[in-house]
Design a protein around this ligand. Structure first.
Ligand code: SME
Length: 154
């Protein structure tokens, strides 16, 4: 993924008045520009302050994730990006796909900074989101900001 992809993402989702459509096209776009990923999608806050599966690209996935559980629930609960170089070493990891080896989860916030969803990206390679990929991780966090700003503006 490169810097110019952020402009393309912005253009793709701007002026769309429906969150589902934004999430759907954003997941398809990120999946198309990222190398070596197996799943790209969103888990969205539900009425009990847990997470529910949203639009994604990849194999069928776990439908519901409790706050503070799994990589997604921990990222959502702490309101911070969580990177896992080896999912077999993450306590409470929720395995949706036996082939997954590493993962990054980035929270999306509303205007007040409260998390409303997470962007979850998996890879079948170990260390796909390690410090060696910090430049791309910064771009992913900027992509998440573009998506959250677009959704907050609806
Ligand atoms: N592994 C995640 C669950 C979601 S799937 O990766 C699509 C977790 O531990 O939260």
């Amino acid at each position: 993924m490169k810097q110019t992809d952020l402009k393309m993402l912005e253009a793709l989702i701007s002026d769309i008045p429906r969150a589902t459509t934004i999430y759907a096209n954003a997941s398809a776009f990120l999946n198309s520009v990222l190398a070596d990923v197996s799943w790209v999608g969103f888990y969205i806050q539900d009425e009990n302050d847990n997470l529910y599966l949203g639009p994604f690209q990849g194999n069928t996935a776990c439908v519901s994730i409790q706050k503070d559980h799994g990589v997604c629930g921990v990222s959502y609960g702490k309101n911070e990006t969580v990177r896992v170089d080896d999912v077999s070493k993450f306590p409470g990891y929720i395995s949706c796909d036996a082939a997954a080896r590493s993962e990054i989860v980035i929270p999306l916030r509303d205007k007040s900074g409260t998390p409303i969803a997470v962007l979850d990206i998996d890879s079948n390679s170990l260390n796909r989101f390690s410090d060696a990929h910090l430049e791309e991780i910064k771009l992913l966090e900027e992509a998440a900001k573009i998506i959250e700003n677009t959704i907050s503006a609806i």
